[in-house]
Design a protein around this ligand. Structure first.
Ligand SMILES: Cc1ncc(COP(=O)(O)O)c(C=O)c1O
Length: 378
């Protein structure tokens, strides 16, 4: 069977620009982890998997949920997890999704209507952009973290309908924070609905890992929050937190919620046990110590000019060419370290970088050595 030549051409272009993506097997060789999103080590936390396995044995459906939530896939464990999550994340209501990608798609494709406007940060994650593509509302990009640019763009055209603004509390590729407090103030001044994607702050920020909106006590001022379970919580899936009427609306109109098999019992129990561990876990505090330690080593090895300023576990060093970042990543790998190159189109051309993801389980020695190695490669 012939593969379409246009598509072969696109693959060839990727090859020629040194940006062809390939799957690589994880853990074939034990590398020190500076790349996963397992920020607080919960993906390997045995107390979560042991409790989940015990609870799973008591259920009738061990392997799958058998249908969508609206048909045969809604069990007590789904609704009680949503209640637990609403209480933990200080929301009136929570709705589960199979992934953060699904949550952003389902929210953005169903909530903003024709005649409404959605403003999004230029560094928004692909799942946000894809959700915008599915929406009937008009979308407008504003400069990264630039409140004045957002204000200008909101004022430049008149919508007539509702306005929505979507941002991330921690940006996935730069690791910097969205200016949530200023955005809340602006949302009150200009009357828009603020949506915050907390994928990379869940489990990391907030007194019990509730994210940055709760850390700043702004939960009642935000229209919707997206929290994902596949990063710091070490599990799988996502949720949207908001009002009860938002939940009811999504159950009725969000296609990525309606037309898909409900999260499996195993996934639900893992999230339940991960969230219940958060208040007791010492791992988030260790992670924050490591972030400070890593930043001190950046200064020690005079690497400040390469690194984007960030107070989160995502620390990116920009080298600006695909060849260079691939070479640095592969030299680090030769020395036993896993830090991934991030290429166009995930980041703009010329912004190619190594993204160092920090964890509670990284040691001071590992952080010192990886940055020492980096300083000898650049
Ligand atoms: C900001 C942001 N939102 C959403 C997602 C998607 O989450 P998930 O991996 O659960 O689909 C990601 C994942 O990379 C992300 O970084």
């Amino acid at each position: 069977m012939n593969f379409p030549s246009k598509l072969l051409g696109k693959l060839k272009d990727r090859q020629l620009s040194n940006t062809l993506r390939k799957l690589s097997e994880v853990n074939e060789r034990e590398l020190v982890d500076f790349s996963s999103n397992d920020y607080i080590g919960f993906s390997k936390e045995e107390s979560i998997s042991e409790r989940s396995a015990k609870e799973l044995k008591r259920l009738e459906h061990l392997n799958g949920s058998t249908g969508s939530r609206l048909l045969t896939g809604n069990f007590l464990i789904h609704t009680s997890l949503e209640e637990d999550l609403a209480s933990h994340f200080k929301a009136e209501a929570v709705l589960l999704f199979n992934s953060g990608y699904d949550a952003n798609l389902g929210l953005l494709s169903s909530v903003p209507q024709r005649g409404d406007r959605i403003f999004y940060d230029e560094y928004s994650h692909a799942s946000i952009r894809d959700g915008l593509k599915l929406s009937n509302a008009k979308s407008f990009k504003f400069k990264h973290n630039d409140i004045e640019d957002l204000r200008r763009k909101i004022k430049a055209t008149s919508g007539g309908g509702e306005d929505y603004v979507i941002v991330e509390s921690v940006y996935s590729m730069d690791g910097d924070f969205g200016p949530i407090e200023k955005l809340v103030d602006l949302s009150i001044e200009l009357n828009f609905n603020l949506i915050v994607d907390e994928a990379h702050s869940t489990g990391v920020f907030g007194p019990k890992g509730e994210g940055i909106v709760v850390e700043k006590k702004l939960e009642s001022k935000v229209f919707a929050r997206i929290h994902t379970f596949g990063k710091a919580l070490g599990c799988h899936g996502a949720m949207i937190a908001g009002s009860s009427v938002l939940k009811e609306y999504l159950i009725n109109f969000s296609r990525s919620f309606i037309y898909t098999t409900a999260p499996s019992p195993h996934a639900v129990l893992a999230v339940k046990n991960a969230v219940s561990l958060l208040p007791k876990s010492k791992a988030p505090a260790k992670l924050h110590k490591n972030i400070s330690c890593f930043k001190a080593y950046i200064i020690h090895f005079k690497l400040e000019d390469f690194f984007i300023e960030s107070g989160s576990p995502i620390q990116s060093a920009v080298f600006g060419s695909p060849g260079k970042v691939k070479e640095i990543s592969s030299r680090l790998e030769d020395k036993g370290y896993d830090a991934k190159p991030i290429l166009y189109p995930t980041v703009p051309k010329g912004q190619e970088r190594i993204r160092f993801c920090l964890h509670s389980y990284n040691t001071a020695h590992q952080m010192k050595e990886i940055l020492y190695l980096l300083s000898t490669f650049v």
